[in-house]
Design a protein around this ligand. Structure first.
Ligand code: C2O
Ligand code: CU
Length: 554
């Protein structure tokens, strides 16, 4: 195994990813940032210099479990203090499994400013994947707002609440197109210029007659997406770093924090090019599609635009095909990781929108999460138990108070804000049941992509309506469940997950929608804190950690 060393400088620059000029966060001058390419069991070292000038920073390695390096998870407030402007922080971790992963800012709503990228881990030399392909490409999908995350955050925490609204555009690997002559905006060409080469569509040039592995990741702030390529089927072979029993789709649905590998054959008429399209699903879209081009070599990528056949966007509120795709994702035969047959603890997590003291929040079992000032990893390891609430969050919700099948407005006025943690017995098996319901808008239930740090979980099942603890576990898939790190809970439905609490550290589990997490939609798990080695000094410095002497090495 090798050591892969990266040196990154993170700063603000003016860019026009969708033709609209705004301040974005770049890594070494680009957004998305560089793709980290490594082999299984390599050590990745990233020296990150915070050149943001007046802003803190933290970077999370999404999907990397950080076994033995919980302090490198990059979750500000949980595993580290933020990296101050001018400082350089060293992230050092082992990529222990092949697959497709992501990285992104994990400080405030900073991810939305463009600080993200992909991680591609290949199998060791001499080993092979269970499928064949000629070329390997990474594509990150994102939604894009013209307002800064500061303006959005200020609105979200204002009274009355100001919602961030729908994104202005969708980006395919950092490129989108906002219509600069949108009536009423009066945008000057210096602000928005549709002929700016920075916002020419994402173009992937392909050789005819080959198989391409496309590693598609989503890091949207809000949107669930569809992904389509005109004239090309996609065979899904990987999800979140695990091999999938292959199935063919024309439309791939992808939620923020998920990754998929699909195989495509470049076997269509090579004298023309083809559109790639991504659309918002699950919300009444006002955002135009994100468009890219599959350019068959040797057609000219710019001078031969694809014919008008743009793939037809799925109906936004038809959730059936999305639930079907979720259910179709099974582990590939020969690559099944057997789940424990039963669990030691079941935590049911009701997802609700609430008013707390007149502030709009999201909650789990009526507790809306706030990050403490002292990172949990340091607070727990050094017994600074006054730095967060010692009252553990609830294991279930009050069924008499909340009817999950009702379609009426549900405001849950009895919610509170908290920072307690779930302390898990080391090595125990934990089931998490995500339960959805109606929001504060009548007849509305949203899709939430939940992401677990530090682990992969088995996806045991999805259901409609209210989870029944007697009946529903009988239908769990214990035969070939996929393992993932991010999974949707569909509107008015539930999702059942199982994981082993066997990674010493402190780990977030949260909705990957940036504004939902900001509004409290998350929880924290602690397991095996006493087995965590000496914490590196660089993660400290904030809150109650100031007087501590931390001795570990990154
Ligand atoms: Cu990709 Cu805690 O997030
Ligand atoms: Cu959410």
């Amino acid at each position: 195994a090798k050591v892969r060393h990266y040196k990154w400088e993170v700063k603000y620059e003016f860019k026009s990813p969708d033709c609209y000029r705004k301040l974005v966060i770049t890594i070494n001058g680009g957004t998305p940032g560089p793709t980290i390419i490594a082999q299984q069991n390599d050590t990745v070292v990233v020296d990150v210099k915070n050149s943001l000038g007046t802003e803190n920073l933290a970077i999370h390695w999404h999907g990397i479990r950080q076994i033995g390096s919980p302090w490198a998870d990059g979750t500000e407030g949980v595993t580290q203090c933020p990296v101050l402007p001018g400082d350089t922080f060293r992230y050092k971790f082992v990529v222990d499994r092949p697959g497709t992963y992501l990285y992104h800012a994990h400080y405030g709503m900073q991810r939305e400013s463009g600080l993200y990228g992909s991680i591609r881990v290949s199998v060791p030399t001499g080993e092979s994947e269970p499928f064949a392909y000629d070329y390997d490409r990474s594509i990150i999908l994102n939604d894009w707002y013209h307002k800064t995350p500061y303006e959005q955050a200020a609105g979200l925490s204002a009274k009355p609440f100001v919602w961030v609204g729908e994104p202005q555009s969708l980006l395919i690997h950092g490129k989108g197109r906002f219509n600069c002559s949108t009536p009423g905006l009066g945008l000057e060409p210096a602000t928005c210029n549709n002929t700016n080469p920075e916002c020419s569509p994402y173009t992937m040039t392909v050789v005819p007659g080959k198989t391409y592995r496309l590693r598609i990741g989503s890091l949207t702030a809000l949107s669930a997406l569809s992904f389509q390529i005109d004239g090309h089927n996609m065979t899904v072979v990987e999800a979140d770093g695990h091999y999938v029993d292959p199935f063919v789709v024309q439309t791939l649905y992808i939620y923020s924090g998920e990754t998929y590998s699909v195989l495509i054959r470049t076997d269509q008429n090579p004298t023309r090019n083809y559109w790639i399209a991504t659309n918002v699903v699950g919300r009444n879209r006002t955002t135009p599609p994100g468009m890219g081009v599959i350019n068959y070599y040797p057609n000219h990528p710019k001078r031969s635009p694809p014919p008008a056949n743009i793939p037809i966007a799925p109906v936004w509120d038809d959730r059936r095909p999305r639930v079907e795709q979720s259910r179709a994702i099974r582990a590939r035969p020969g690559h099944v990781h057997d789940p424990p047959r039963s669990s030691d603890r079941v935590i049911v997590m009701l997802n609700t929108q609430n008013e707390v003291d007149g502030f709009r929040r999201w909650s789990v079992n009526n507790v809306s999460f706030n990050l403490p000032h002292t990172p949990y990893l340091i607070g727990l390891k050094h017994n600074l138990l006054h730095t967060f609430s010692q009252i553990p969050p609830p294991e279930d919700y009050d069924r008499a108070r909340f009817n999950v099948t009702s379609r009426a407005r549900n405001s849950n006025p009895n919610a509170t804000v908290g920072d307690g943690v779930y302390r898990l017995e080391f090595g125990s098996t934990v089931d998490l049941i995500l339960q959805n319901g109606n929001t504060m808008v009548p007849n509305n239930s949203e899709t939430h992509p939940w992401h677990l740090h530090g682990h992969d979980f088995w996806v045991l099942g999805y259901g409609e309506g209210e989870f029944d603890p007697k009946r529903d576990p009988k239908g769990y898939n214990l035969v070939d469940p996929i393992m993932k790190n991010t999974v949707p809970v569909h509107p008015y439905g539930w999702t059942a997950l199982r994981f082993k609490a066997d990674n010493p550290g402190v780990w977030m589990f949260h909705c990957h929608i940036e504004s939902h997490f900001y509004m409290g939609m998350g929880v924290v798990f602690e397991e095996g804190i006493e087995m965590v080695g000496d914490l590196p000094a660089a993660i400290g410095g904030c809150g109650e950690t100031k007087g501590l002497k931390l001795h570990g090495k990154p």
